[in-house]
Design a protein around this ligand. Structure first.
Ligand code: ATP
Ligand code: MG
Length: 303
């Protein structure tokens, strides 16, 4: 699939995507709790479960087996406003993945574009899209459509390496889009990018053709500011993980990551899953809840 979603940033509603290269790192619990935090601060929020293969946001938010969801938008052309579900939190509505649909975990390009365009017409302040794990183009292209793309990692090396691959792949897709009308440069990117150790290798290649292409690469890099949350911190020695990841990404890809902060490993998170009640509601004074509230403020303040 080579096409990408081209969206006009209308700025309203603000779209946040929550992604990550590895499964089970806490994307859905963080997406759900951030959504609740923003809603409790009087923002209108819609959270979308785009993990169609293994939808679970409804359970995290305390909603039992919804009978409709994105499946009905995709296959039955239901308007999005008809598949919105009220949650137990004022101002927060949910679009479910609606059941396990492993066969359609990859949404076709045309449908992705329709989904984003329709989401932008909803009357709300924020749309939070919880993505399936993995750096496939399907997830990455949705991640790239956001006003704010937020990545979740744990302190595990495999999860950190997956973040690096995720950001590299997102940049690759962005550069292909930048040069979509330039077959020569596009070809250079397609044949070399994914094996590059350092973005300067690509800049060297294109500058031999014309310096203006290096500038175009710099411009594409300069508007890409993925955000990062490090989850399940067990020990203060890991508190620099986000900073270290940002340094690595800056060095290799020249991309500036913004660190939103970290969430500690907490029993409150496990209990909240068991009780099907978001931890920032169930245990508002827990450290994990305090971090989520801080992150929601940073998002509201556009930091
Ligand atoms: N900070 C935390 N403290 C304790 N447990 C946590 C924490 N974050 C996540 N977990 C545990 O990890 C599990 C997986 O979280 P979650 O479903 O949000 O991951 P995910 O990244 O969305 O997974 P998938 O890729 O499968 O969608 C949760 O059920 C919870 O038990
Ligand atoms: Mg998930």
């Amino acid at each position: 699939m080579s096409e990408q979603i081209i969206t006009v940033n209308e700025g309203n509603p603000k779209i946040l995507t929550i992604g990550g290269g590895k499964g089970g790192v806490g994307k859905s619990v963080i997406a759900a709790n951030l959504a609740v935090a923003l809603a409790l601060n009087s923002n209108r929020v819609i959270i979308v479960d785009a993990d169609l293969g293994a939808a679970n946001l409804h359970a995290i938010l305390g909603i039992n087996s919804p009978s409709f969801g994105l499946r009905d938008f995709i296959f039955n052309s239901y308007p999005l406003k008809d598949i919105l579900i009220n949650t137990n939190v004022n101002n927060l509505r949910l679009i479910c993945g609606a059941g396990d649909m492993p066969g359609i975990s990859n949404i076709p390009y045309r449908i992705k574009q329709k989904l984003i365009n329709h989401l932008k017409t909803l009357q709300t302040d924020y749309i939070i899209i919880d993505l399936a794990p993995g750096a496939n183009y399907n997830n990455i292209d949705l991640f790239n459509t956001a006003d704010d793309g937020i990545l979740i990692t744990t302190t595990d090396v495999t999860s950190i390496m997956a973040i690096y691959t995720y950001i590299k792949t997102a940049l690759y897709r962005r550069l292909l889009n930048t040069f979509k009308n330039n077959t020569k440069i596009k070809r250079i990117i397609e044949t070399s990018f994914l094996n590059l150790r350092d973005i300067s290798e690509l800049k060297d290649k294109v500058s031999k053709i014309d310096d203006k292409y290096t500038e175009m690469i710099n411009d594409a890099i300069n508007i890409f500011h993925p955000k990062l949350i490090v989850n399940r911190i067990r020990n203060s020695k890991y508190s620099d993980t986000g900073k270290n990841i940002a340094t690595l990404i800056k060095k290799r890809l020249s991309v500036e990551i913004k660190n939103l902060g970290y969430v500690v490993e907490s029993k409150a998170v496990e209990k909240s899953i068991k009780d099907m009640k978001p931890f920032i509601v169930r245990d508002p004074d827990d450290k994990a809840s305090l971090s989520i509230n801080e992150m929601a403020s940073k998002i509201s303040d556009n930091i």
